[in-house]
Design a protein around this ligand. Structure first.
Ligand code: ADP
Ligand code: VHF
Length: 378
């Protein structure tokens, strides 16, 4: 762990953030809103100035912005962040409009157009939706617009919610093939303990899991507007860096310096190779809805020969998934060997399990999990 070590702070990670052409920047609710839930226009403008400046220098930036729920509180005369989903959604419906308008106005000062992209978990888990989202991002960036992303809170249910935008930002970074991810927060860095309790030391550089052993990442403020606290930021940073994307976590007020290789925040070096964005989602990001247990031959076929999973190789399944869901493929001893998008509802499978394709009615002869929709995890 590199603690308070300014000389090495201009690490490779900081250089990669500083020179990234395509960059995802995430900003949290507490950095954009006043204590009472109104949008803090001055801070929003300051952030927009930094993003617009980087765009003007040839950068392609995607801004993942929280703040919809927080921005909806004051207009709806809500004293604090609601706990129930329906009121959160109502607040998000009101607040997202205000947020988008504020960004459009603020980027307008730089003659820069914004495009709002509201995503649900389905949009990144389901293949057709995923490609659709990817295409939209590509086109917005090609047209020199700044995509402003948030979770589509008004329609997301508890079960399918990302819940925190840190994770969403890591996922979007993969989706767009970003060169780096910057997480901006109300805290200026990762500390070895919650800095509110005093005596905590800033971590300047995380090179791998061993640097995090001593770190206690806790919640945000109980009365705060943010959701995930440092724990969700850390999880997102690990997610992105393990799949080849360097991450810088810094204070929103330090955004300009963070993007300019200064010794601010915490830099997370990449710890793994870059996967194709879609394979990353499938293998690590998408929430699995169920399990399919394979016999030994099917495990071999899927993991060694990279074949599709056919009904003949299935032993049993859980009963809770639908066609299009991501499921875990497990071996006889329940070890997860792969994940993939299943082509059938669980309720359709008992009739098919263990039968060869030629024995099945024509409408059931397609693969249970197609090889293109499958990521081997061994
Ligand atoms: N180890 C830690 N290092 C830094 N901050 C921490 C740590 N543990 C808990 N926190 C708290 O997490 C908060 C950031 O989370 P949150 O308020 O959800 O941010 P945001 O709104 O930017 O997403 C900080 O204000 C800080 O008090
Ligand atoms: N989609 C929610 C964001 C929730 C969230 O992740 O907030 P934060 O922890 O402040 O990044 C909103 O816009 O209010």
């Amino acid at each position: 762990m590199t603690v308070n070590e300014p000389a090495t702070a201009r690490s490779e990670t900081r250089q990669r953030v500083g020179t990234a052409r395509r960059l995802v920047v995430k900003v949290g609710s507490s950095s954009l809103t006043t204590a009472h839930g109104g949008l803090d226009r001055a801070r929003l403008d300051a952030l927009v100035d930094v993003v617009a400046d980087r765009c003007a220098r040839g950068g392609q930036l995607v801004l993942v912005s929280s703040g919809a729920i927080a921005a909806g509180l004051a207009p709806l005369a809500l004293a604090r962040r609601p706990k129930d989903l329906a009121t959160q959604q109502a607040a998000a419906g009101v607040g997202q409009l205000a947020l988008a308008h504020a960004y459009a106005t603020s980027f307008g000062r730089h003659q820069r157009v914004v495009g709002q992209v509201l995503l649900t978990a389905d949009d990144v888990i389901r293949r057709a939706h995923y490609r659709n989202a990817q295409r939209t991002f590509e086109r917005l960036l090609a047209l020199r617009a700044v995509p402003v992303v948030n979770e589509n809170d008004t329609v997301a249910t508890d079960e399918i919610r990302f819940g925190d935008n840190d994770r969403l930002a890591a996922l979007v970074a993969h989706l767009v093939g970003a060169d780096a991810l910057v997480l901006l927060s109300d805290v200026d860095a990762l500390y070895d303990g919650d800095p509110r309790h005093g005596g905590a030391t800033r971590i300047t550089e995380v090179r791998g899991p061993e640097d995090l052993v001593q770190v206690q990442a806790g919640d945000g403020r109980v009365d705060g507007l943010g959701t995930g606290g440092m724990a969700s930021k850390l999880a997102a940073a690990k997610l992105a860096s393990s799949a080849g994307i360097p991450v810088l976590l810094a204070g929103a007020d330090d955004a300009a310096r963070a993007l300019d290789q200064a010794d601010v925040g915490t830099a997370f070096a990449v710890t793994g190779a870059r996967l194709s964005a879609r394979r990353f989602w499938l293998g690590y990001a998408a929430g699995a809805k169920g399990r399919v247990r394979l016999d030994d031959g099917a495990v071999q076929a899927v993991t060694q020969r990279r074949r599709s999973l056919l009904a003949a190789g299935i032993l049993d399944t859980t009963s809770d998934f639908h066609a299009g869901d991501v499921v875990e493929l497990v071996d006889r001893s329940d070890r997860v060997v792969a994940r993939g998008v299943v082509g059938y509802d669980a309720s359709e499978l008992p009739e098919l399990i263990g039968r060869s394709t030629h024995e099945l009615p024509a409408e059931f002869r397609r693969e249970i999990v197609h090889a293109d929709d499958l990521v081997v995890l061994q």
